[in-house]
Design a protein around this ligand. Structure first.
Ligand code: S3P
Length: 169
């Protein structure tokens, strides 16, 4: 079974996935990294050149390419699970773990970030609050397991996932 990490930007999906991958000796794929490699462009460049719609198509193709994977950890992007097709595909191949973070945590972690094209508005705090609140019900509905990820030590979050998934036996 695969482990799929979902959650808002700044929830720690990539960092926690890497730690989980070490702790559980499982391979790890980051969907944003895969899209970046496949297109030879950063996520920001893809948004700038082609727009969000095209990025979402690339993202959907990346999800489809996961369907034959077994026993890996997949870090999704913050928007991946908002697409019902992606959500259905990923839930079929693995357990979706939602990394739950508060608006304050995201603001603290991403205040100076320049790599998220969707958060480059003048009022970043408002943008984060509006987006996170709007997305929250969808993240929750798509989740098999919810883990509090406000702790700034990602190793603790990884350990909590291991316990919740009963992998500590
Ligand atoms: C997005 C999140 C990003 C990336 C893109 C869109 C989103 O991934 O896929 O900028 O819609 O929330 P991270 O959650 O890894 O930052």
């Amino acid at each position: 079974m695969n482990i799929i990490l979902s959650g808002f930007m700044g929830s720690g999906k990539t960092t926690v996935s890497k730690i989980l991958s070490d702790k559980l000796s499982m391979d790890f794929i980051d969907l944003d990294e895969l899209i970046t490699e496949q297109n030879n462009m950063s996520v920001s460049e893809i948004f700038e050149k082609f727009g969000e719609k095209t990025f979402r198509e690339f993202e959907n193709n990346a999800v489809k390419s996961m369907c034959d994977k077994q026993n890996i950890i997949i870090a999704t992007g913050g928007g991946t699970l908002l697409n019902a097709d992606n959500s259905a595909l990923l839930k079929k191949i693995g357990t979706v773990v939602f990394l739950d973070v508060s608006v304050d945590t995201v603001i603290r972690r991403l205040e100076n970030d320049t790599t998220r094209p969707l958060l480059q508005s003048k009022n970043k705090k408002n943008a984060i609050e509006e987006m996170l609140m709007g997305r929250m019900p969808i993240y929750r509905a798509a989740a098999d397991v919810v883990v509090d990820a406000n702790n700034d030590d990602p190793s603790i979050t990884a350990d909590e996932i291991i316990v919740k998934l009963n992998l500590d036996k």
